[in-house]
Design a protein around this ligand. Structure first.
Ligand code: LLP
Length: 419
């Protein structure tokens, strides 16, 4: 997180003090470092420079079009999972030939949009989905480039909600059934088999599950090639973890070192789908203290951001580090940092030791560049915060704070209620 640092007692993102942004745009807000984002993407490019590759950013982590444009300028593509993400990626100017489309529930309407856009590859997760794609492509007079997502049944050793590569998960096709699914694909006239895909989970902090899963996929590639399937693209998924607290996950070059021999041997064009590791630690959520209160058993700090802005703590008991915007050396207290939402699950931190904070002072909730804004909601009719991109000593609002009009957009009171 070296792009968020204290200088003379004030927390900076690159060369901009976060207090300065707070004064200009108010709180809460999300802030991202251009330099950190670019650096993370470059780390992947360097790590995998020995193989032809594409870094298809899993944009569910951060879908702001400015972030997508930044990655696209650096040669990146995107892993999309909906028509909405396709639209965003195209608006940001990402080359459709750098888009891969994942997800267990793609509708025919979404498939049609992606076919018309001319994306690189659909990652298909079931035989019904394969048939639906074949029908959609036929209606459009097109051929659909396809990889099958295989489920290697490897334990990624991460939170159960974000673990996807086990047999019991809804994702992918069991690796033992893969050959017969490929044979089905080969029979479909509007399907063009071009690759293979796997993704076993998120926030992985060890290399071994990647190695185990990819070794199984590598064997499968050989079996498929022996049966004359054309496996040009090998999409190895995403999942590399980050440091939220004390985790010590591998860096992209450490992952590369462990798996490059397998990847090289395949001769494939390699696709990577990192999300969190590209953006999480390039971002923070800045929030202001409204009140503090004490009970016999707890101390609370009530802030102006809540679970609607950053649901990860409530949803996954996730830890996000917190830094006061102005360094303070007051004694520490163990507190729950809670939002204004009317639910007990509305917390950003529990039992956290923080220096005493007064109303009006601000905190940065760290590692909020991934699965933060994209998972935010309007619960309690709260406007979603603006997003800010810092570049050196400049900053730009890359998404405005939602207005009251935004909150009502599309709603109406029907005539029969007005009579
Ligand atoms: N590829 C596929 C097919 C995925 O499903 C995902 C994430 C990724 C790539 C990117 O994984 P990453 O590199 O970000 O680990 N909301 C959760 C994370 C959900 C991940 C879903 N899939 C969280 O906040 O922790």
């Amino acid at each position: 997180m070296q792009d968020f640092q204290y200088k003379n007692g004030s927390l900076y993102c690159e060369n901009v003090s976060l207090s300065r942004i707070a004064e200009k745009v108010g709180t809460p807000f999300f802030v991202y470092s251009h330099q950190a984002l670019r650096q993370q993407l470059r780390a992947y490019h360097e790590a995998f420079s020995d193989v032809p590759h594409l870094v298809a950013f899993a944009m569910k982590a951060n879908a702001n079009i400015a972030v997508l444009k930044l990655f696209s300028n650096e040669g990146g593509g995107a892993d999309i999972v909906s028509a909405g993400e396709l639209h965003r990626a195209l608006v940001a100017g990402i080359d459709p030939q750098k888009l891969v489309f994942a997800g267990v529930g793609k509708t025919k309407r979404e498939m049609a949009a992606a076919l018309k856009a001319g994306i690189l590859m659909f990652n298909i997760e079931s035989s019904q989905e394969l048939t639906a794609l074949d029908e959609t492509a036929k209606e459009l007079g097109l051929k659909a480039p396809v990889a099958l997502r295989v489920n290697p049944n490897v334990d990624p050793k991460t939170h159960p909600y974000i673990s996807t590569g086990l047999k019991k998960s809804k994702f992918g096709i069991e690796i033992t059934r893969a050959v017969s699914e490929y044979q089905l694909a080969a029979k479909l006239l509007n399907i063009d088999v071009v690759g293979i895909h796997s993704h076993i989970g998120s926030q992985l902090t060890e290399v071994q599950p990647f190695v185990d899963a990819l070794a199984l996929v590598s064997e499968l590639i050989e079996v498929l090639r022996a049966k004359n399937f054309n496996i040009l693209h090998w999409d190895i998924g995403g999942g590399l973890g980050i440091t939220y607290d004390k985790e010590n996950p591998p860096l992209p070059n450490e992952l590369a070192k462990a798996i490059l021999p397998l990847l090289k041997k395949s001769g494939c064009h390699i696709i990577l789908e990192p999300g969190r590791s590209l953006t999480a630690n390039a971002g923070a959520l800045v929030t202001q203290v409204i009140y503090s209160k004490e009970s016999d058993v707890k101390n609370f700090i009530v802030v102006d951001a809540g679970m609607n802005d950053l649901p990860r703590p409530s949803l996954y008991q996730a830890y996000h580090a917190m830094l006061p915007l102005v360094e303070n050396h007051r004694p520490e207290k163990v507190v729950d940092v809670v939002g204004p939402i009317c639910e007990s699950g509305d917390f950003l931190a529990q039992d956290r030791a923080l220096p005493q904070l007064l109303p009006g002072e601000c905190l940065a909730v760290m590692s909020a560049g991934a699965y933060a804004f994209t998972m935010s909601s309007n619960y309690n009719a709260r406007s979603r915060p603006p997003e800010i991109l810092v570049h050196g000593d400049l900053f730009d609002v890359i998404r405005e704070r939602e207005t009251m009009e935004d909150l009502l957009r599309g709603e109406k009171i029907p005539d029969f209620l007005l009579r």
